[in-house]
Write a protein that binds this ligand. Structure first.
Ligand code: FAD
Ligand code: EPU
Length: 347
C-alpha cells in the first residue's frame, strides 16, 4: 500500500535545495503502487509530477498536485547476440550506479555518461548527454504508464524523437507518462569515444591524435577520466546546491555565427550537420562577466559559468531572477537568446 503524505517538504529531494511543498507526496516501489498513486491523483483531479533525483527541476513555488517519487528498482540483461547485450533498468535506479554496474558486467557504451546525477527514468526526458555521447545512441526502448488511463505503453528510440537536450516527453508527450523502465543496447567490446577536448586532455591525448592510442583505454579508465573532469568543473550538489547546466547551449545560423566570430575570434563553437552552429553558453556567460558572481543566496559557479548555484538555499524565485538577469545580459551583449535547461514547476 502506498503512503500519501500531505504538505510534504521537497527541499531534500531537489538538488537546488529549494524549500517548497508538494500538496501530496508518495514514494512508489512497485508497478501496483504506480497504478494506485495514479488512481489517487485521478480521483482528486490532481496533476502528477514524476520525481527522480530532482537534479533537473526548479521549484518556483509549492506544487499543487501529487509528487510521485519513482523508486522502482531492478537491472537485468534481457537479450544478447554476438556483439550486443540488451540491458533493462527500472526507472528508479540511480543513473551513475547503473553505468558502473554495466561496466562491471562487461556491457559498454555508457561510460562517457558517468556521474550524471539522477535516475534512469529521467534520462530520456532530456536525452542526457556528456563528453561526446548522448543517451539516444544507446537507448533501445522504454516502458511507460499512461498517466490518464494507467495503461502500459512502449516507446521505441525512434518514437522518442530525441534531439539535443530534447525528446517527445518535452512536447506532445509532456506530462502524459510515467517512465517505468529503460532498455539499452550495449556493446560487448569497448568502443572509445574520445573526441571531447577536456576528455582528451584528461587522458593526455594529443588534441587531434588518432585512434591507435585510444584503443588501449579500458571502459573503466574512460569512466574514471570523465569522473575526474566532472569533479573538477561541476559543483557537487551534496555540498553546493545546483541543477547542472542552467541553460542549453544555443544553436545559431551560419550568418549569425560568422558575425559573432568576427567580433569574438575565440568564441567556442560546434558546427552542426544541418549548417547551424552550437555555441558554448558557458563561454558566452563567462565572457559577459558572470563567472563567480554572487548575489544573496544565489551564485554563478566559479569553475563553470553555465551552472547557477544556490549556496544560501534561497527560493526558486531568487534562482530564476538570477537566470533572468543572465539571459538579458547575454542577449544584450551577443543578440543570442538562452533557453533554460531544467524544468520549472509548477507550470
Ligand atoms: P528529475 O530532476 O527528478 O526530473 C527531471 C524531469 O524528468 C522532470 O520533469 C520529471 O517530472 C521528469 N521525470 C523524472 N523521472 C521520470 C519518470 N520516471 N517518468 C517520467 N518523467 C520523469 N544532464 C545532462 O544531460 N548531462 C550532464 O552532463 C549533466 N550534468 C549534471 C551535473 C549536475 C551537477 C547536475 C545537478 C545535473 C546535471 N545534469 C546533466 C542534469 C540532470 O542530471 C539530468 O537531467 C538527469 O537526467 C535528471 O534526472 P533526475 O532523476 O534527477 O530527474
Ligand atoms: N567555458 C568557458 N567558461 C565557462 C564555462 C565554459 O569558457 O565558464 C568554455 C569551456 O572552456 C569549453 C566550452 O565552454 O571550451 C564548453 O564547456 P564544457 O566542456 O564545460 O561544456 P558545456 O558546453 O558548458 C555541456 C553540457 C554539460 C556536459 C558537458 C560535457 C549543456 C547545456 N551542458 O556543458 O551537461 O556535462 O557539456 O559534455 O549541453 C547539464 O546538462 O546539466 C550538463 C552539465
Amino acid at each position: 500500500m502506498a503512503l500519501f503524505l500531505p504538505e510534504f517538504d521537497l527541499q531534500r529531494f531537489n538538488t537546488l535545495a529549494i524549500a517548497a511543498r508538494a500538496q501530496f507526496y508518495v514514494a512508489v516501489t512497485t508497478h501496483d503502487e504506480v497504478l494506485e498513486a495514479l488512481a489517487f491523483a485521478r480521483e482528486r483531479q490532481l496533476p502528477v509530477l514524476p520525481l527522480g533525483g530532482g537534479s533537473n527541476i526548479v521549484l518556483a513555488d509549492n506544487y499543487p498536485g501529487l509528487v510521485m517519487h519513482i523508486k522502482l528498482r531492478g537491472i537485468e540483461p534481457v537479450a544478447e547476440d554476438a556483439q550486443s547485450v540488451w540491458v533493462r533498468a527500472a526507472a528508479g535506479e540511480n543513473w551513475h550506479e547503473f553505468v558502473q554496474h554495466c561496466l562491471m558486467i562487461g556491457c559498454y557504451g555508457l561510460e562517457n555518461l558517468s556521474l550524471i546525477p539522477g535516475s534512469v527514468g529521467a534520462a530520456p526526458i532530456q536525452n542526457i548527454g556528456a563528453y561526446g555521447v548522448e543517451l539516444q545512441q544507446r537507448l533501445s526502448e522504454l516502458s511507460a504508464v499512461d498517466i490518464r488511463s494507467g495503461l502500459p505503453v512502449t516507446f521505441t528510440a525512434e518514437s522518442c524523437n530525441f534531439a539535443y537536450r530534447d525528446s517527445v516527453f518535452k512536447h506532445s508527450a509532456r506530462d502524459r507518462y510515467i517512465i517505468t523502465s529503460v532498455t539499452f543496447k550495449l556493446d560487448r567490446a569497448v568502443r572509445p569515444v574520445l573526441d571531447y577536448p577536456s576528455l582528451r586532455q584528461q587522458l593526455q591525448l594529443e588534441p587531434d591524435g588518432g585512434a591507435p592510442a585510444e584503443a588501449h583505454f579500458s571502459a573503466q579508465q574512460i569512466a574514471d577520466a570523465v569522473i575526474a573532469v566532472r569533479q573538477e568543473k561541476l559543483p557537487d550538489p551534496a555540498t553546493t546546491p545546483n541543477a547542472g547546466s542552467f541553460f542549453k547551449n544555443p544553436l545559431v545560423d551560419a550568418a549569425t555565427f560568422a558575425a559573432l566570430q568576427q567580433r569574438y575570434p575565440d568564441i567556442v563553437s560546434y558546427p552542426q550537420a544541418d549548417g547551424r552552429v552550437k555555441l558554448a553558453a558557458g563561454w558566452l556567460i563567462d565572457r559577459a562577466g558572470w563567472r563567480g558572481y554572487r548575489a544573496g543566496d544565489v551564485a554563478v559557479h566559479s569553475e563553470q559559468a553555465l551552472v547557477i548555484t544556490n549556496p544560501g538555499r534561497g527560493s526558486g524565485a531568487s534562482v530564476l531572477a538570477l537566470a533572468d538577469e543572465i539571459t538579458r545580459s547575454v542577449f544584450s551583449q551577443y543578440g543570442v537568446t538562452l533557453e533554460l535547461e531544467p524544468r520549472v514547476y509548477p507550470a
